[in-house]
Design a protein around this ligand. Structure first.
Ligand code: MLT
Length: 328
């Protein structure tokens, strides 16, 4: 090879080798936006910030939380579905993502195909809570009171299809209640109003409810798991009190469909690293919530659970006769 051609060849192969390395090390090349589809201060926000902070250490880039609240979590889901699929935007979401297709008739994304599941995060129950001044003192008194009060009882939730909304639907089925529902952009502000006595009751994730219960800011009536929670052992299960509300909820992490495999792999590994962290697991325990075991945190296990829940909630919502409407 003539010297000139040879040096060109070496420069070209060198450049190729360099760009290969740059590509391999390319993600993430800038801060990552973590969309939280509910207001700041609620359970999705708390879990998202904990996990995101740890992921930023593994990924070497900041993970910046953006609260895109509204329409029962569908506004945030839509933001992810329409974002650039390069791994720099991810979403934490829960049951509401899977319930939305059965509840909203104008979603601008296809829930079944718009997302890449990256891994399941945590699972825990809901807790039925009331404002301090509410007269019932036990779970069975509360459910009987809810029935007799009819629409005089006000219950907050985080929008159609949110966990706190679905909990009211299950409660109404089990207790024969029909409270007036007050929608917020997340249970962060809903819980603030419960503490201030602006609404009567709220069924929220243990993550948000436990600190308020422990601070004597709200009354705890019942947990919706089959077993009591160790951290609030004196609070009975709804079933124990004769009202069969069975509800455990979980968060997962998602990227938009079409995100390159390299980015998916790095995001998923960073999530796994966060979930092994002792400090994070201790915080979860203090909120009455638990990290999924490692095998269930893989993207494949998450995808299977995600698809199963879309089908499960479509049926449950149809059976409950809840009307569909527009996401706005
Ligand atoms: C929130 O973070 O506000 C909750 O996850 C909303 C809910 O689903 O109840």
């Amino acid at each position: 090879m003539p010297p000139f051609t040879k040096s060109l060849f070496m420069a070209a192969t060198g450049a190729l080798a360099f760009s290969g390395t740059a590509l391999a090390q390319g993600f993430p090349s800038k801060p990552i936006t973590l969309i939280v589809p509910f207001a700041a201060g609620g359970p999705s926000d708390v879990i998202g910030r904990l996990v995101g902070e740890h992921m930023s250490r593994t990924l070497g880039q900041q993970v910046v939380v953006e609260n895109v609240a509204g329409a029962g979590g569908t506004a945030g889901a839509q933001r992810l579905a329409t974002s650039t699929a390069d791994g720099h935007t991810v979403l934490i979401h829960h049951l509401a993502l899977k319930a939305a297709p059965a509840l909203y008739n104008n979603l601008r994304y296809d829930t079944a195909t718009a997302f890449e599941p990256l891994g399941m995060i945590n699972t825990g129950p809901m807790v039925v809570t009331g404002k301090m001044g509410l007269s019932p003192t036990t779970a069975s008194e509360f459910f009987a009171f809810a029935k007799t009060q009819g629409d005089k009882l006000t219950m907050a939730h985080a929008g159609n299809g949110s966990n706190s909304h679905l909990c009211i639907i299950l409660m109404n089925q089990a207790a024969g209640s029909k409270p007036t529902q007050v929608a917020y952009r997340g249970t962060g502000p809903a819980m603030n109003d419960l503490v201030a006595g602006q609404v009567d009751a709220l069924c929220d994730q243990s993550t948000s409810a436990i600190p308020q219960i422990q601070g004597n800011k709200v009354k705890a009536y019942a947990v919706t798991s089959r077993q009591r929670l160790d951290i609030i052992k004196d609070v009975p299960t709804a079933r124990e009190s004769g009202t069969a509300i069975d509800m455990t909820v979980w968060h997962g992490l998602y990227a938009p469909k079409g995100t390159p495999a390299e980015a998916l792999g790095k995001l998923s590994n960073a999530l796994q690293a966060a979930m092994k962290d002792e400090a994070i697991n201790a915080r979860f325990a203090s909120f009455g919530t638990t990290a999924f075991p490692e095998a269930q945190r893989t993207p494949a296990a998450h995808k299977a659970a995600f698809e199963a829940e879309i089908a499960k909630w479509a049926k449950a919502i149809k059976d409950a006769g809840v009307a569909t409407g527009a996401a706005n």
